[in-house]
Design a protein around this ligand. Structure first.
Ligand SMILES: *Cc1c(COP(=O)(O)O)cnc(C)c1O
Length: 406
């Protein structure tokens, strides 16, 4: 079968890395792809569509409201913009010029990462809090809630919290400190799924806005995401994302997001206009979300387990490497770890990463543990024919040194 990629002259890859953006996210299920295709066959009012999305996302997350975005990073930009402007259209029109507005975002120093670029893009400065002694090895503590409280002032737009199992302080304490000062908390939970329960967890723990990636575990379109949380903030985010080049008499605000609220005027194209999301992404994300919350995760985990076992079954028994399939500590997603015996194999784990990547087909794995001598494979984005291809390549690369000696 010739694929669309073949006709474009683009080689396809074997993605054993997972849903990372640079390796093109995951593989959509046929039902989701079919929904996306159907979405192309009619036109709709985009505000009405996002209004319905809000009801579905609210149901799945326990939040008051939600919209589909063009990714979690887009959700961070829109969420920050909403915290700066509230529902004031004059402020929306001025972004990213935030002079005279709340234009600082408080954030724990150990949570800084380059996705906060999306937050800074709204026109804010990040105020870092705490010195994470526990990472330098000089101590045991990280930032504490009282330090966050002390950093909040009249310029603070929100507190940004990056949810990871190791994030400190715990979210409920951060939310309490922020709410005492009347400031919202925006949570980056882009990759914190599965477990499915995490869809509801951060809102339940006090987040005012939460960003999820739609192209990672939810398995929606690669360029999709969710922003959910407080209704007024989500509405403010939507106003800065939609094309609002119309007269206010024509504007039919979706009741699920705006209730009876009237606006003094409509903003024009907002700061989030460059994170435009299409009807196709919205529809497909909603279908993917529905599948994700109704047993889809468990089925995918079982399929991943089988695929990794097929890789292991295809490996020669005397390879200079140790292999182990084990579930990720938090997500439960099974991972295959191959720990290379550097001397017997004549190459180290990073050489193996490069050899896999530079072969045909190109096989991408997780290199984050090469310093410990290991490569990690995730089966989430593998096609059915891939496990045996991976085993053949591992046998060839890892067995080469032994064959040379023999
Ligand atoms: C993946 C990720 C993002 C970006 O998500 P997209 O949906 O690709 O925009 C943001 N923050 C964190 C922590 C992530 O892991």
């Amino acid at each position: 079968m010739t694929s669309i990629y073949e006709s474009l002259g683009i080689p396809t890859i074997v993605n054993a890395k997972g849903t990372s953006t640079r390796v093109s996210g995951g593989l959509m299920e046929p039902e989701v792809a079919a929904a996306m295709r159907e979405a192309t066959e009619h036109c709709v009012d985009m505000a009405t569509l996002q209004g319905r999305a809000s009801e579905i996302i609210a149901e799945a997350t326990g939040a008051e409201a939600g919209i589909v975005t063009s990714g979690a990073a887009a959700a961070l930009l829109l969420g920050t913009a909403a915290c700066i402007t509230g529902l004031d259209p004059a402020k929306m029109n001025r972004l990213p010029d935030t002079r005279g507005m709340r234009n600082r975002v408080v954030m724990v120093r150990s949570q800084r990462n380059f996705y906060d670029h999306a937050v800074r893009a709204a026109g804010v400065e990040i105020v870092e809090v705490g010195l994470p002694d526990r990472f330098s090895g000089a101590g045991v503590r990280d930032a504490e809630a009282w330090e966050i409280a002390g950093a909040i002032d009249a310029h603070t737009a929100c507190v940004l919290y990056v949810a990871q199992p190791h994030s400190r302080p715990a979210l409920p304490a951060v939310a309490a400190a922020a709410h005492d000062a009347g400031i919202p908390v925006l949570v980056d939970a882009a990759a914190q799924l599965p477990p499915v329960e995490n869809l509801r967890r951060f809102v339940a723990e006090g987040a005012d806005l939460v960003a999820f990636s739609g192209g990672k575990a939810i398995n929606g379109p690669q360029g999709s995401g969710i922003l959910c949380g407080r209704r007024d903030l989500v509405a403010a985010a939507l106003l800065q994302n939609l094309d609002l080049d119309l007269f206010i008499e024509q504007w039919r605000p979706p009741p699920s997001l705006f209730g009876n609220r009237t606006l003094p005027g409509l903003p024009h194209h907002g700061i989030g206009r460059s994170s435009k999301v299409g009807k196709e992404q919205i529809v497909a994300l909603l279908v993917a979300l529905q599948r994700f919350t109704s047993g889809g995760v468990e089925a995918r985990i079982a399929r991943c387990q089988t695929m990794l076992e097929r890789i292991v079954a295809g490996l020669d028994s005397d390879l200079p490497a140790r292999v182990e399939v084990a579930p990720h500590r938090v997500s439960g997603v099974p991972l295959l770890t191959v720990t290379v015996d550097r001397h017997a194999a004549g190459l180290d784990a990073f050489d193996l990463v490069l050899r896999l990547q530079d072969g045909t087909p190109s096989i991408h794995v997780d290199p984050s543990r090469v310093e410990a001598g290991a490569i990690v494979l995730d089966a989430t984005c593998l096609r059915d024919e891939h496990p045996e291809q991976i085993a053949v390549r591992l046998n060839a690369i890892l067995g080469a040194a032994r064959r040379m000696r023999a």
